[in-house]
Design a protein around this ligand. Structure first.
Ligand SMILES: C[S@@+](CC[C@H](N)C(=O)[O-])C[C@H]1O[C@@H](n2cnc3c(N)ncnc32)[C@H](O)[C@@H]1O
Length: 259
């Protein structure tokens, strides 16, 4: 039985979820619109401009919509999100929607990254498993807030590119694996937190088993209709809260065999 009990989930969160659902099909079609011109601008000017875009993104897309954790807001102001997107998409990096990163995949909307991170309530002692490295941006956000991030990506070129980027940015507390995240990372588990950034039809059983007692998992679940679901492992089993309607890319591989 699903229940809507997560504290920040008022009408405005639900509206933002709906906005997200509307924006994804548009973006997965043809990103368009006016854009900031950076050609001909010096590197220093461009970096000042990017910082201003990041600050605006955090203030207008996250803080104003109820993301409260100051550590998450600070980290998302700091990390150069555009560096996680192929150059043709840099002008879209700080906009209020997902952006294509190649191989039919996207970097998630900034608000969704902030929201999922806040639901996880990360702690500096935590070890976190992420399924769906993608661009590496969510891994970077988590790596700033927790002890270790274990991230798995099924599309090899994306995994290689993300690792290179994260290495260049100096992240030393991220471990990488290429493959199907369905089985999780048994030899490194159990984990304090687990995050899925691609949607399976149902939560893979091996991932549930790798969640620590008291641990929290956040995942988009479903096929056509998806919800962001928060799962907490308790002594009695698992509690499940459906907290936001969303639209994510499907989790491919073994997950597609689950009904
Ligand atoms: C929305 S994108 C990732 C967003 C990413 N966290 C970021 O910050 O850019 C989802 C990613 O999940 C990956 N994925 C899909 N199914 C997977 C699976 N079974 N195992 C691991 N990764 C998977 C996709 O290839 C894609 O890169």
């Amino acid at each position: 039985m699903q229940k809507m009990t997560h504290p920040p989930l008022g009408l405005s969160s639900i509206l933002h979820g709906l906005i997200y659902m509307v924006s994804v099909p548009f973006l997965l079609g043809l990103p368009c619109g006016a854009h900031a011109q950076t050609s001909g601008v010096s590197k220093v000017d461009a970096s000042v401009q990017r910082q201003a875009e990041r600050t605006r993104m955090v203030d207008s897309q996250l803080a104003s919509r109820g993301i409260k954790d100051p550590r998450i807001l600070a980290v998302m102001k700091k990390i150069p999100r555009h560096a996680f997107i192929p150059p043709a998409g840099h002008r879209l990096a700080y906009r209020d929607h997902p952006v294509r990163i190649g191989h039919d995949q996207t970097i998630s909307q900034p608000y969704i990254v902030g929201f999922m991170t806040e639901v996880l309530s990360p702690d500096e002692a935590h070890r976190v498993l992420e399924i769906g490295t993608g661009s590496g941006y969510q891994a970077a956000v988590l790596a700033e807030l927790v002890k270790e991030v274990y991230t798995i990506e099924i599309v090899p070129p994306l995994a290689v590119r993300a690792r290179k980027r994260l290495d260049q940015l100096g992240y030393k507390n991220i471990r990488y694996r290429i493959g199907d995240g369905y089985q999780g990372w048994p030899d490194a588990g159990p984990f304090d937190r687990i995050i899925l950034t691609a949607a399976p039809p149902k939560i893979p059983a091996p991932l549930l088993a790798q969640l620590k007692l008291g641990g929290v998992m956040i995942a988009p679940i479903g096929r056509a209709a998806q919800a962001l679901v928060k799962i907490t492992r308790t002594k009695a089993g698992y509690t499940r809260e459906s907290i936001l309607p969303v639209r994510f890319v499907p989790m491919t591989g073994r997950a597609q065999k689950d009904d």
